[in-house]
Design a protein. Structure first.
Length: 211
């Protein structure tokens, strides 16, 4: 089926933020007395609803994080992003070359998404077409965020392409009945039925042109 709109995740798809965020998180946890690596911190907190990961971390460790943990973490992360955040290779060029409507739909808070896009020069391109799970109170892998985004673009789910780098996002795209593209530049290709793997973002053009 023809692709009439593209829905991008933000972190790891448009901006090189996953590694940076993991560094900030691990450093903050170490400041609080937890011996964790960047990889472990990233794995244990994931890319879903922050409050759920905080609650699970506290259960597993038997220790409470500071009341303003999430607020302080975001302040530290925002500062690091302002200094070091870069776009994913080819992201800016792809987004600006698209001939179909596009938007961003992320599990992150809206201010964080907007800051990331502004830093890499994409905020003005998407304008009001930026959707946050925090606004809908529905996080991936639930499909509501993608369905809301597709509706806002005026495109049926089956005609929307979702570009995701996380398992939660891939699950959400499939649950929404959309065409899912797993952006996995260095990992093994996705084995999920119906999911296409992109090694570089520019590869999406071939699928758009084929339609």
């Amino acid at each position: 089926m023809a692709i009439k709109a593209v829905i991008f995740d933000c972190d790891g798809v448009l901006v090189e933020s996953v590694g940076l965020a993991g560094e900030v998180l691990a450093e903050y946890l170490r400041d609080l007395g937890f011996a964790v690596t960047r990889q472990e911190a990233t794995r244990r907190f994931g890319s879903g609803k922050m409050a759920d990961y905080v609650a699970r971390f506290e259960r597993e460790t038997g220790r409470h994080l500071p009341e303003k943990f999430e607020q302080e973490l975001r302040l530290r992360r925002d500062q690091t992003f302002r200094e070091r955040l870069r776009p994913v290779d080819g992201a800016v060029e792809l987004v600006k070359a698209l001939r179909v409507p596009s938007c961003v739909a992320s599990n992150g808070p809206l201010p964080q998404i907007e800051l990331s896009l502004r830093i890499v020069g994409l905020r003005e391109h998407f304008q009001s077409r930026i959707f946050s799970a925090y606004s809908l109170r529905a996080w991936k892998p639930e499909p509501q965020l993608f369905l809301h985004a597709g509706c806002a673009l005026g495109v049926q789910p089956a005609e929307c392409a979702v570009v995701e780098d996380s398992e939660l996002g891939i699950q959400a795209g499939l649950a929404a009945g959309m065409q899912v593209f797993a952006f996995l530049p260095g990992g093994a290709p996705s084995t999920r039925a119906g999911v296409r793997t992109l090694r570089q973002l520019n590869d999406l053009k071939a699928w758009l042109e084929a339609d």
